[in-house]
Design a binder for this molecule. Sequence first.
Ligand code: LLP
Length: 418
Amino acid sequence: MLLTSDTYSYRDGALHCEDVALDEIARRVGTPCYVYSSRAVLSRFRAYDAALEGMPHLISYAVKANSNLSLLRLLAGAGSGFDIVSGGELYRVVQAGGDPSRVVFSGVGKTPQEIEYGLKSGIHAFHCESEGEVALIASLAARLGKQARVALRVNPDVDAGTHPYISTGLREHKFGIDMAEAEAIYKKASESQHLAMEGVSCHIGSQILDMDALLEALDRLLELAARLRKAGLPIRHLDLGGGLGIPYKPSDQAPNIAEFAARVRQRMAGAGLLLILEPGRSIVGDAGVLLTRVLYRKTGASREFIIVDAAMNDLLRPSLYQSHHEILALREAPRGTVRADVVGPVCESGDFLALDREMPNALPGDLLAVWTAGAYGFVLSSNYNSRPRPPEVLVEGGSWRIVRARETYEDLVRGEQP
Ligand code: LLP
């Protein structure tokens, strides 16, 4: 089972996050409810940071994975930068006390307002995905009397070998600029005094379990940086994006962060470039769980259902990507296991957390934890079926606090007119 002694463990039969029993949180806060371990988040961040110590680097945590202000503050305090994809994410970083000069702005469709916000905030760099975007940044920077630091996000045409919805590095994808076209765009853009064409970047996909794909992308980026420098461009940073996978199933062989970072470091040695990484999932994924209570048991014509109070609006990943999340009992299973579907109250057949899975034999009233839900969990939640979104709790050692309140019915209709 995916338990790590420093974060989640059973003590006296009760599942704990750090030194807090999860059923205490569930009883006090109610369910469904997200819980995050601050220790896990910091230890993953430090694993990257320590492996790169001594070489110029910036870990820009990908805010989209989990944008709760308390996690952003925690990471900012540890020295993290941030990878953002919207003005809203920049606003969150600033609210959390993050340093805009450590922010890179990715994304295929930045609006003029978002670009202006980034320019005025003094972010580290824009990662541009089209010639049109480069031109727009140049004209907005000119209007504001500024010079924008820019990297092109190129498409290294490497197969990340991950789920098609979260694979981004092939030529057929909407992301990035074709390697073959990039050099001409760099040269043209560098003629503008309002652009500093300083970086090369890529992001080939997410939940990548084979780190060789990432290293291959790195090699292609290093070659591009060398070619651009030879042509006289002052390339200063190389951003390899995010993407390192984590184990969702006990059988998943996920890459080790420190080993990955060490191999990146080896290849970068002597290149004279600032290395930027944009990890999201590998920092927060296994730090979080979603707590849920069993409402009913039901025996269908051909299968057994465990009906719980969390649904696809709370955690979309199983429905959207057929992703696997282990499900654990908060009290060590006294009743053995059962083969069942775990489903929520939403009116969709696609509303499930697990299908046809050997499960703790949980009965109505029992509490369960949906595992590895820290990344792309709450951020993908919605109010579908007019369900208030769940609260978020941060654990630090033996203490815990609510870092986002459960939404109310009033929250559901805020801004609407009858
Ligand atoms: N940088 C860029 C430009 C990205 O697009 C992403 C993720 C990241 C960094 C962070 O990647 P990570 O280290 O988390 O793999 N909702 C999907 C994942 C979508 C990832 C989108 N981009 C899921 O739940 O699996």
